[in-house]
Design a protein. Structure first.
Length: 338
C-alpha cells in the first residue's frame, strides 16, 4: 500500500482534527484535576495554565504510526513506538510529581536504547567514519541530548508547535524531493507529527489555553530526533543539522554558558534567547512568529542542498547566519547594531 499526495494530505487533516478535538477535551479534564503550570519567578507566563496537552498529541501520533506500521511501512518502527511510549509515561509522571533527573535520565537512555534497534537498520549515522558500535553509541548520546534540548526549549506559547511542524514538513518535503518507490511511506511519519502539532497549536498559540507538558515536549524530541538521525544515517547530514538548527543553537549555547558558570543546567531558568525576547516585551506570538519565519528559511536551505548539493557549505553558513540574526533580534543586539 502506498500513499498518494492526496492520501498524505488526508492523513495530515485527519490527525489535525483528532488532535485539535482531543486537546480541547483534555483541557477540561486537566482543569478539573488541577494539573496546572503555576507561574513562578522563572516562568514566562502570568496565569495558571493546564499542562499535559501532549498526552493527546502523542497518543494521536503513536496510534497513527502504529496504523502505518501495520500496513508494512518502515519495518522496525515498533521500536520507536515503544520508546515513545516509555518517554511519554515517565514524562507524564514528571508532569504530575516533578521527578528527579536521576530518575528521568536513565529512562530516557532506556527509551533511546530501544529505538536504536530501529536506527541500526537505517545505516551508520557517521557514514562509516567510526566503528559501528561507536557510531551507534554516539548517536544514542546525541538522541538523548536532543530530546532534552527540545524539552528545555518548550517555554513560550506556540514555539514547540512551530518547531515540530516546520521540522516535520521539511522532512516530508525531503522525502518527496529525494523520490524513490517508497517516498510516500517515508513522508507519512513526519506528516503525522506536523498534523498533530498543528492541531495542538490551535489551543497553544498566544495566549495559550494549554501547554504540552513534559509528556509532549520530551516525547516529541524523541520522535523528531529519531527521524533526523535516520536522515543523517541515509546520508542527509547537512539537512539533519539545518532543520533543527535554531533549537540546537539556543539550547546548546544557553546550557554551555550555564555550565561554564557551574550552574545546575537542569534547573529552570530564564536565560534562553527566546525567554530574553519575552522579557523585552516582544510577546509570545511575535517571538514564535519570528521563529517560524527563520525556520521556513532553514527548510528552504535544507531543500536547496538536495537540489544543489555542491552548495551544502554555503547553505550551512546561510543557516547559521539566519539563526544568529534571529537570536540577535531576540536579545536586542540586532537593533543596537543597525
Amino acid at each position: 500500500m502506498a500513499f498518494s499526495i492526496f492520501g498524505l494530505a488526508f492523513l495530515a487533516v485527519a490527525v489535525f482534527v483528532a488532535s485539535c478535538i482531543g486537546v480541547r477535551l483534555i483541557e477540561a479534564y486537566l482543569h478539573r484535576r488541577a494539573i496546572l503550570d503555576v507561574p513562578g519567578d522563572r516562568s514566562s507566563h502570568d496565569e495558571p495554565t493546564p499542562r499535559g496537552g501532549g498526552l493527546v498529541v502523542i497518543a494521536v501520533v503513536l496510534l497513527a504510526w502504529t496504523g502505518l506500521y501495520s500496513q508494512g511501512f518502515a519495518v522496525g518502527v515498533w521500536a520507536l513506538i515503544i520508546g515513545g511510549a516509555i518517554c511519554a509515561a515517565i514524562s507524564w509522571l514528571d508532569d504530575l510529581s516533578h521527578l528527579s533527573p536521576l530518575i528521568r535520565l536513565p529512562v530516557h537512555f532506556g527509551a533511546v536504547a530501544v529505538g536504536l534497534f530501529w536506527l541500526s537498520g537505517q545505516g551508520l549515522v557517521f557514514q562509516g567514519l567510526l566503528p559501528p558500535w561507536i557510531d551507534l553509541a554516539l548517536a544514542g548520546l546525541g538522541w538523548v541530548a536532543f530530546l532534552n534540548f527540545f524539552n528545555f526549549m518548550d517555554g513560550i506559547d506556540g514555539i514547540s508547535a512551530v518547531e515540530s511542524v516546520t521540522i516535520s514538513i521539511g522532512l516530508a518535503l525531503m522525502a518527496w524531493l529525494v523520490g524513490g518507490p517508497d517516498w510516500q511511506e517515508t513522508a507519512a511519519f513526519p506528516t503525522v507529527i506536523a498534523g498533530a502539532m498543528a492541531g495542538f497549536a490551535v489551543w497553544n498559540w498566544s495566549p495559550a489555553r494549554i501547554f504540552l507538558g513534559d509528556v509532549g515536549s520530551v516525547t516529541l524530541g524523541y520522535l523528531l530526533g529519531a527521524l533526523l538521525l535516520a536522515a543523517a544515517a541515509q546520508g542527509y547530514w547537512v539537512q539533519a543539522i539545518i532543520l533543527p538548527l535554531y533549537y540546537l543553537a539556543d539550547a546548546g549555547l544557553t546550557l554551555m554558558r550555564r555550565a561554564l558558570r557551574r550552574e545546575k543546567i537542569w534547573h529552570a531558568h530564564r536565560e534562553h534567547f527566546f525567554q530574553k525576547a519575552v522579557q523585552r516585551r516582544l510577546g509570545h506570538a511575535r517571538v514564535s512568529a519570528a521563529v517560524l519565519l527563520a525556520n521556513l528559511v532553514l527548510v528552504g536551505l535544507a531543500l536547496w542542498t538536495l537540489v544543489q548539493p555542491q552548495f551544502a557549505l554555503w547553505a550551512l553558513l546561510a543557516a547559521a547566519a539566519a539563526v544568529a540574526a534571529l537570536m540577535a533580534w531576540m536579545t536586542g543586539r540586532l537593533a543596537r547594531s543597525l
